[in-house]
Design a binder for this molecule. Structure first.
Ligand code: FE2
Ligand code: FE2
Length: 275
């Protein structure tokens, strides 16, 4: 295959019961039906809140099964609980093995690798960082081995959380937003041993596309909703959308798209989903 096209959707926040964001998922699904990518990557926060309502993930799985393209998913904090952060931060719903098992039963392994168009494309579970779960150490071993064995191929990594705001070493910002400092440093060291060209994420509900030390960092927009500036300071573009990638032997092109039909929900809709 000379080119491999991926559509990235993120932060769909789906639920049968709290269904206000289903319409925007359907807009993404229609675009996928038109564009016919080789693969859809869901970069996490598939559910509104699966740690309290497991049916959110079952419902999301039914919707994802209706996509015309095959898909791979990675888990977000609203799917399996969150990881501890810098400065002793502990989330209200910490990740645990039961949540991960429930997620994996529907969406497959937390980590995955796809080789296509000369690229090595990887999915990482961001919620394992600093969790102390057995999966944290095994993911680290897997990633180290996989990157060491990538044989000079260009590598793309999909991970729910961004690696950083601007650079690896920076003052601690929002403790639950980025990969925490200790695993971030390890990840950066491992990445430096391979030809990593792309680090793609979701989670922030703001889109950004910037290059740091030769690696393109793409923050996919949420399909579901954005947050007002008074609740979440603006660091990127606050608009619902998705990302389209074309991987070839020459590189990758990235386009963030904002379909007009996606509704820009107000904060009341978000509050109602999380009430
Ligand atoms: Fe999210
Ligand atoms: Fe998230």
């Amino acid at each position: 295959m000379t080119q491999f096209r991926i559509a990235q959707i993120s932060d769909t926040h789906l639920s049968r019961q709290k269904n206000q964001f289903v319409g925007n998922f359907e807009v993404a699904a229609e675009r996928i039906a038109t564009q016919r990518p080789d693969l859809v990557v869901h970069s996490g926060d598939i559910a509104v809140e699966a740690t309290q309502r497991p049916d959110d993930l079952a419902f999301a799985n039914e919707l994802m099964a209706g996509l015309v393209a095959p898909y791979r998913a990675i888990a977000g904090n609203h799917d399996i609980g969150d990881n501890p952060g810098d400065g002793g931060y502990m989330p209200k719903k910490p990740v645990n093995d039961d949540f991960i098992a429930g997620y994996e039963a529907l969406f497959g392994p937390s980590q995955w690798q796809i080789d296509a168009a000369g690229w090595c494309i990887l999915g990482l579970n961001a919620e394992l960082f600093l969790s102390g779960l057995a999966g944290e150490a095994s993911q680290e071993r897997w990633l180290d081995e996989t990157l060491s064995q990538s044989g000079g191929k260009p590598v793309a990594i999909f991970c729910h959380k961004p690696l950083f705001l601007a650079q690896v070493e920076e003052p601690a910002d929002v403790p639950y937003r980025y990969v925490p400092m200790a695993p971030r440093r390890k990840l950066a060291e491992m990445m430096a041993k391979a030809d990593v060209r792309l680090f793609a994420c979701g989670h922030v509900h703001q889109s950004r596309d910037h290059v740091v030390d030769g690696i393109r960092h793409v923050w996919g927009p949420a399909t579901a909703f954005t947050l007002p500036d008074a609740v979440q300071p603006r660091v990127g573009t606050k608009r619902c959308g998705m990302v389209e990638y074309v991987f070839t032997h020459d590189g990758v092109t990235v386009e963030t798209v904002f379909p007009d039909a996606m509704v820009q929900h107000d904060y009341d809709a978000v509050r109602a989903a999380y009430a």
